[in-house]
Design a protein around this ligand. Structure first.
Ligand code: SF4
Ligand code: SF4
Length: 106
């Protein structure tokens, strides 16, 4: 099974507390803070791990480069997309691709 699909299934099956723990662990590995698109607001709001948690709620609106392809998480869970902070999580971008043949941002 696709690594990302396996992760989503695993996360769904976990009790809330365990899921939160997993998210916190992955947040520690997330390299978004090294990215040119990341900003002070995102630091203050503790926004990270957009690939799994979805786009930036109120901090990041401009794309000035994306470090996701070099992030260990990207390889670990088999991500196919990037710019998750502005374009939405991996699940959403895969869905857009399957429905429209492209993501909305392309
Ligand atoms: S792939 Fe991108 S959003 Fe996901 S953890 Fe890595 S740097 Fe953060
Ligand atoms: S999701 Fe990509 S573009 Fe957004 S902050 Fe993380 S590394 Fe940068």
């Amino acid at each position: 099974m696709d690594k990302f699909v396996s992760l989503v299934k695993e996360m769904k099956s976990l009790p809330l507390e365990e899921r939160d723990k997993l998210v916190e662990e992955k947040k520690k590995v997330c390299i978004c803070p090294t990215c040119p698109s990341f900003n002070k607001c995102a630091i203050v709001e503790r926004e990270k791990l957009f690939c799994l948690l979805g786009r930036s709620f109120m901090c990041i609106s401009y794309e000035e480069g994306c470090n996701c392809p070099t992030c260990p998480i990207s390889k670990e869970v088999g991500l196919e997309y990037k710019y998750f902070c502005t374009r939405g999580d991996e699940k959403g971008q895969r869905y857009e691709q399957s429905v429209w043949g492209s993501t909305l941002s392309e």
